[in-house]
Design a protein around this ligand. Structure first.
Ligand code: FAD
Ligand code: MLT
Ligand code: ZN
Length: 465
């Protein structure tokens, strides 16, 4: 719902004073790319998009918003897949909604090679951070296909995972410090970059996964890793999903050089090949699953990778060590998201179970989907080492969430999580109780009430319905 005209005029006037008229965007055309999410499933209307240049301007925006009773939706690259970065009808209780874009907060503050730290504005993209780190022979230890647009602030807010979690952990583990603005404009920062620091609560840990509901992150310090000298990628066809899981939890897991272990299945492979015009993958026609693997070390890891894959369940493999060859192999995995979205608006369910339960989950998904969404198309892929599957369902209209319910209940029955790495947003809020106890939700409610008593920040996100 939009605000009454008189309120909007005053609100916009006050916001222009804080960020300058050029950085208060209004009008449907200018706002369109900020008010619809990446998937096209979630959209709403905003009074304006604000583009503050620094922390002081972020604080100023929040002060104005609080004074006018406007809701604020923090937004980085808008690549989130759970509807948390865009306005939405009905969730702000009739209050005006403002999108606070962090994209101008892209300063590189510090690159400290001796401590392996990089500190940058929250609107810095992952690709920009990686490029800066590379000048010192380092890398951020986290990588996503959305690297060109996803921002450090968004990755903290969602506790992003991605392709290298098996070796370096999720964003929470990469985080060495944050600066953030609370709903009342208070700026809180812990940027010392110390590895050992046990003085009470950890601000970064509190904000990792908070999805813009507790504060606006304005600066992020990331731990870096040394860039390995050698890198090898492999696309490995296997007979069954269970074989892929056995290999990754067994011989591959023992490889210290293993940096990525990704799972794709036959329906996704066919779709990607057709959509992106890729050649048939190894053992097309006989394989049920493929692993996309990457090993990286200061020695050449090709032989140890080959030894770990010496198994009768491996049907065929393609291997590449040069950058172009590795990119060619990775395309089969990385192009899934865009190939799926080309077919329509998907229901995206990012879930995790213990890796040993992945084969059961994969086996039971078609039935769960067919019962609630007959005729729907199911495309499943994921990060196998963490038992993280991306379940994509095409067919049911965006607002019909029967299939979401069926899949999330199945995952809960298998002891899994309704969100492995994308967050809860508004997409999964109705199922929070499947993943957290009443007592845990009460802790979350109290923390939210203490830091944002007016429910200014991202109302409806990460809140049980
Ligand atoms: P946005 O989409 O803008 O926002 C996401 C959430 O964070 C929202 O709730 C928003 O309010 C909040 N937020 C954003 N910035 C701030 C801030 N500065 N302060 C406070 N709150 C903030 N995710 C993975 O985890 N692993 C993957 O492998 C992966 N691959 C992807 C591949 C593709 C092709 C796409 C499109 C997405 C992928 N994602 C993946 C999802 C997405 O990239 C991540 O969730 C990412 O962390 C979002 O960053 P963003 O800057 O785009 O955040
Ligand atoms: C990925 O791993 O590629 C993603 O998280 C994106 C998706 O789920 O589509
Ligand atoms: Zn993922």
């Amino acid at each position: 719902m939009s605000a009454p005209r008189s309120t909007s005029v005053q609100l916009l006037g006050d916001l222009r004073e804080v960020v300058g008229p050029a950085h208060v965007l209004t009008g449907e055309d200018l706002l369109a790319s900020y008010t619809t999410d990446w998937t096209g499933r979630f959209a709403g209307t905003a009074v304006a998009v604000l583009r503050p240049a620094d922390t002081a301007e972020v604080a100023g925006v929040l002060e104005v918003a609080a004074r006018h009773g406007a809701a604020v939706i923090p937004q980085g690259g808008n690549t989130g897949l759970v509807g948390g970065s865009v306005p939405r009808p009905g969730l702000a209780g009739g209050r005006p909604q403002l999108v606070l874009s962090t994209r101008r907060l892209s300063q590189l503050f510090e690159l400290d090679p001796s401590s392996h730290l990089l500190s940058a504005g929250a609107g810095t993209t992952l690709a920009q951070a990686a490029e800066a780190a590379q000048t010192a022979g380092l890398h951020p230890g986290i990588d996503l296909a959305a690297r060109e647009s996803a921002t450090l602030g968004g990755m903290v807010a969602t506790n992003a995972g991605g392709l290298h979690v098996v070796r370096h952990g999720p964003m929470r583990a990469r985080l060495a410090g944050v600066e953030a603005v609370l709903a009342d404009g208070t700026v809180a920062a812990r940027l010392s970059g110390l590895t050992k620091d046990s003085v009470g609560w950890d601000l970064g840990a509190l904000l990792a996964g908070s999805e813009g509901t507790l504060a606006v992150v304005t600066r992020v310090t990331v731990r870096l890793e040394a860039t390995p000298v050698h890198r090898v990628a492999a696309l490995v066809a296997v007979d069954e999903v269970s074989s892929a899981v056995d290999l990754v939890t067994g011989p591959l897991r023992r490889l210290a050089s293993l940096e990525a272990a990704e799972l794709t299945l036959a329906p996704g492979m066919s779709l990607v090949c057709e959509s992106a015009g890729l050649a048939a993958p190894p053992a097309a026609g006989s394989a049920r699953a493929w692993l996309t693997l990457e090993a990286a070390a200061d020695h050449d890891p090709t032989d140890e990778l080959a030894r770990a894959l010496a198994d009768r369940r491996v049907l065929e493999a393609a291997v590449a060590a040069d950058a172009a060859g590795r990119a060619r192999l990775w395309a089969y995995r990385e192009r899934h998201t865009e190939a799926i979205s080309r077919l329509g608006i998907p229901h995206k369910l990012d879930v995790s179970v213990r890796p040993g339960r992945l084969p059961a989950l994969v086996a039971r998904l078609p039935d769960a989907v067919a019962k609630t969404a007959p005729g729907a198309r199911l495309v499943v892929f994921g990060h196998v080492a963490e038992g993280n599957l991306h379940v994509n369902v095409l067919g049911p209209p965006p607002e019909d969430d029967a299939v979401d319910d069926a899949v999330l209940r199945l995952v809960a029955e298998l002891g899994g999580s309704i969100s492995a790495e994308h967050g809860v947003g508004v997409a999964k809020a109705p199922w929070l109780r499947l993943a957290r106890s009443g007592a845990e939700l009460e802790v979350m409610r109290r923390v939210k009430a203490a830091l944002d008593p007016g429910r200014l920040l991202n109302p409806g996100v990460l809140e049980p319905v």
